[in-house]
Design a protein around this ligand. Structure first.
Ligand SMILES: Cc1cc2nc3c(=O)[nH]c(=O)nc-3n(C[C@H](O)[C@H](O)[C@H](O)COP(=O)(O)OP(=O)(O)OC[C@H]3O[C@@H](n4cnc5c(N)ncnc54)[C@H](O)[C@@H]3O)c2cc1C
Length: 395
C-alpha cells in the first residue's frame, strides 16, 4: 500500500487542478496532484482561451510559455452573420491584446509543469475511486489505485476535486447539484491543415454557431455548436460522424465548408452532446470542488478554461487562509463558494440563453453581452494581487 499525508491532495491535473495546485504550492503548501491520465494528453475540448483566461495566464507568468509553444496569438476576429462579414482587431484591455487557442495536450502540460516547478508533486496514472473520512465524518483523504492496480491512499487536510464533469470526488463527498438548467447543446470539432488562417472566425446561422480557432502547426480547430437534437438528426441521416459534421458545418458556414475543400482533416470528429449546465455545492468539511467538477456549462461560450482559472485562484486563496489560520475554515470556503457563484452568474445566464439557440439577431445580441461580460471579468482579474507573488519574489 502506497500511503502519504499532505496539506492538500488535488484530484485532476488539467486546467483547474494544476492551476489550483500551482497557486497553493506557490503559497508554500505541501500539495500533491493525482490524475488518472498521463501528460501530455488530450481531452475532449476545443480550446480558445478568452481574454479573462489570457489575463490569468499572464498574471501567473505562463502566457509566454503558451505562446512559445507555437500556439498563434490571435489578434483578429472575423464575425459572419446575416450575409455580412465584419473584422475586428482585439483591443488591448486588462493588460492583454490577444486571445489564444493552445491544444489541450500542450496547455495542460504547461500547467502541470508549472505546478511541479512551484513545488507540487504531480503523480500521473493514479485513479481515485473515493474519499475517506475521519471519525467525525470529515473528508480526510482519497483512495484509489495506480495503473498496475496497486492500492494508493493519500491523507490530506483538504481534498480538492478538479476531476471534471463526472467528478468522483463530488460523487463520493456527496456534493449536491444546487442548480441545473436544460442540457440541450452539442459541440463537435475536428482539426484541419493546409490553409493559411488569419485569425479566429465565428459564423452565426439559424440554430447553429460555427468557427475557426487557429492552433499549433498551422492547423485550425473547426467547430460547430448546435442543439443536440440537430446533431443527432444529422447523424441519423448521414450514418457517420464525419458526414454529420460536414452537413452541420455546411448549414452553419457554407463559405467555410467551401474553403475546407482545399484543406486536409487531420483528426477524427469529436465532441459532446447534451452538455450539462449545472452548478454544484462547492465545499464541505475537508473538501472543495473546482473547474467542471463544480460548475459545468455548455461550450457555446468557450469559457470553461477561463472559469477554471478564475475559480482556481478563488479556491487557492481560500484554502491558504484556512490552512494558515488566517480565517476559520467554513468562513474561508463559504467565501470561495460565494465568490464563484457571483462571478459565474452573468456568463452562465448568457450561456444558457445561447445554448437555447434563439433567432440569429438575439444570438448576436447575446454575443455582444458575452464580450462585454468577459471584458469586465478580465478587468477585475487584472486588478487582483497575484497569490504567492511576494513569496516568489523573496525566494
Ligand atoms: C466539446 C467541448 C468544447 C469546449 N471548448 C472550450 C473552449 O473553446 N474554451 C474553453 O475555455 N472551454 C471549452 N470547453 C470547456 C473546457 O474543456 C472545460 O471547462 C475544462 O476542460 C475544465 O477543466 P477541468 O480541469 O475542470 O476538468 P477536465 O479538463 O475535465 O480535467 C479533469 C481531469 O481529472 C482527471 N480525472 C477524472 N476523474 C479522475 C479520477 N477518478 N481519478 C484521477 N483523475 C481523474 C481526468 O483524467 C482529467 O485529466 C469545452 C468543452 C467541451 C466538452
Amino acid at each position: 500500500m502506497n500511503r502519504s499525508r499532505r496539506d492538500v491532495v488535488v484530484v485532476g491535473g488539467r486546467v483547474a487542478g494544476s492551476a489550483t495546485a500551482m497557486l497553493l504550492a506557490r503559497l508554500g503548501h505541501d500539495v500533491i496532484v493525482v490524475d488518472q491520465a498521463s501528460f501530455p494528453s488530450d481531452t475532449t475540448s476545443t480550446h480558445s482561451i478568452a481574454r479573462s483566461g489570457v489575463v490569468q495566464l499572464q498574471r501567473w507568468g505562463l502566457l509566454d510559455a503558451v505562446l512559445d509553444s507555437g500556439a498563434p496569438a490571435t489578434r483578429q476576429v472575423k464575425f459572419h452573420a446575416l450575409g455580412e462579414s465584419v473584422s475586428r482587431t482585439i483591443r488591448h484591455k486588462a493588460g492583454v491584446g490577444l486571445v489564444v487557442s493552445p491544444r489541450r495536450y500542450v496547455l495542460d502540460t504547461i500547467l502541470a509543469a508549472a505546478a511541479e516547478r512551484a513545488g507540487a508533486e504531480v503523480r500521473q496514472g493514479i485513479t481515485v475511486t473515493g474519499v475517506h473520512r475521519d471519525r467525525r465524518g470529515r473528508v480526510a483523504g482519497v483512495y484509489g489505485h495506480d495503473r498496475g492496480g496497486a492500492p494508493v491512499e493519500i491523507g490530506a487536510r483538504y481534498v480538492i476535486g478538479a476531476d471534471g464533469l463526472r467528478s468522483r470526488v463530488a460523487h463520493s463527498a456527496g456534493a449536491a447539484i444546487s442548480e441545473a438548467r436544460p442540457a440541450g447543446g452539442a459541440t463537435q470539432y475536428a482539426y484541419y491543415a493546409g490553409i493559411q488562417w488569419t485569425g479566429m472566425e465565428l459564423f452565426v446561422a439559424e440554430r447553429s454557431f460555427a468557427g475557426v480557432f487557429p492552433t499549433h502547426h498551422g492547423q485550425a480547430c473547426i467547430w460547430v455548436c448546435t442543439p443536440s437534437a440537430d446533431a443527432q438528426a444529422a447523424r441519423r441521416r448521414t450514418g457517420s460522424r464525419v458526414e454529420a459534421f460536414g452537413e452541420l458545418l455546411e448549414r452553419s458556414a457554407p463559405q467555410l465548408t467551401e474553403r475546407l475543400r482545399h484543406a486536409r482533416r487531420t483528426s477524427p470528429v469529436q465532441g459532446m452532446l447534451r452538455m450539462p449546465n449545472q452548478v454544484r455545492q462547492a465545499f464541505g468539511p475537508g473538501w472543495a470542488l473546482v473547474g467542471d467538477a463544480g460548475y459545468h456549462r455548455d461550450a457555446v461560450t468557450a469559457h470553461g478554461i477561463s472559469d477554471a482559472f478564475r475559480d482556481a485562484e478563488f479556491l487557492a486563496v481560500a484554502v491558504d487562509q484556512a490552512l494558515g489560520g488566517g480565517a476559520e475554515e467554513t468562513a474561508a470556503l463559504a467565501l470561495y463558494q460565494r465568490q464563484r457563484d457571483q462571478a459565474l452568474r452573468e456568463i452562465f445566464e448568457i450561456t444558457c440563453r445561447l445554448a437555447a439557440y434563439p433567432a440569429v439577431s438575439a444570438f448576436i445580441e447575446l454575443q455582444k453581452q458575452l464580450s462585454a461580460a468577459i471584458d469586465s471579468e478580465a478587468a477585475a482579474l487584472a486588478s487582483w494581487p497575484v497569490p504567492g507573488d511576494r513569496l516568489l519574489a523573496t525566494a
